[in-house]
Design a protein around this ligand. Structure first.
Ligand SMILES: Nc1ncnc2c1ncn2[C@@H]1O[C@H](COP(=O)(O)OP(=O)(O)O)[C@@H](O)[C@H]1O
Ligand SMILES: [Mg+2]
Length: 237
């Protein structure tokens, strides 16, 4: 039996009185590629934050590689949903990528051996090596996402969580991001939130529709209604 990357059982979470996640259960095998979709405000980002241990659920159990999320976090790479930042802030692309191995620095803040080479390799993987010394604030949307992906890959994660990485990028960057994900597929467990159902269907292993509750689906159960925002339970079983 393959080891489980994610084991979530009957998770519930409220913001104040508002139920955001309800009775969410999910098991993901190591190496699986799971796509998450669903309406805006449905709880997709919240679920990723639960997996990261940034949010503690009110009910239920979460294990990542058999451990509580906070203990497994160094095995997780995370690309957050649209990053708003000060474009004037003086930080280079290489420095952004180096932030991906902050968890490995010593208590004096010393980076691990070979860290610059690893950052360069991560940038090369996403086709951004020529931008290493450029200011992060000057990049286009697609370039930003690729650099954030390089940052997430810096720590050689066993689990990669991506929150709408292709939502605001041009076609070329979208294809580039898909190309990288397909390189990682099968080796790294990938969970990607996206509205690009048509393309993701051919790439992912399974899908999870999150609208407070979560429904697992096979690619063949995805209905064209979903692209119109009309989410419903699978009609084919
Ligand atoms: N920090 C917060 N405080 C209160 N409500 C929040 C907070 N973050 C998100 N929400 C609410 O939780 C719901 C789910 O949000 P989110 O997980 O971001 O949805 P999605 O990613 O599917 O669009 C939304 O109704 C949103 O308004
Ligand atoms: Mg979201």
């Amino acid at each position: 039996m393959k080891p489980l990357a994610i084991d979530v059982e009957a998770v519930g979470f409220n913001y104040g009185d508002a139920p955001i996640l309800e009775n969410v259960s999910l098991r993901v095998d190591e190496g699986e590629f799971l796509a998450i979709f669903g309406p805006n405000g449905g709880g997709k980002t919240t679920l990723l934050k639960v997996l990261l241990g940034f949010i503690k659920p009110d009910r239920g159990r979460v294990e990542i590689f058999g451990k509580p999320p906070s203990a497994a976090r160094r095995h997780i790479g995370y690309v957050p949903q649209i990053l708003r930042f000060d474009r004037q802030f003086p930080i280079s692309v290489l420095e952004i990528v180096l932030m991906g191995c902050l968890a490995e620095t010593t208590r004096w803040g010393v980076f691990p051996r070979g860290y610059k080479k690893r950052a360069q390799e991560a940038l090369a993987l996403v086709g951004m090596e020529e931008f290493a010394s450029q200011s992060f604030g000057t990049l286009s949307g697609g370039q930003l996402q690729r650099v954030l992906l390089a940052r997430a890959l810096m720590g050689n994660p066993r689990l990669l969580l991506l929150d709408e990485p292709i939502a605001s990028v041009d076609q070329a960057a979208k294809e580039e991001i898909y190309r990288i994900l397909l390189l990682l597929k099968g080796k790294t467990t990938i969970i990607m939130v996206t509205h690009d159902l048509q393309n993701i269907l051919k790439k992912c292993d399974r899908l999870l529709c999150v609208q407070r509750c979560a429904t697992l689906m096979q690619p063949e159960q995805i209905c064209e209604h979903f692209a119109l925002g009309l989410y419903h339970i699978p009609l084919v079983r």
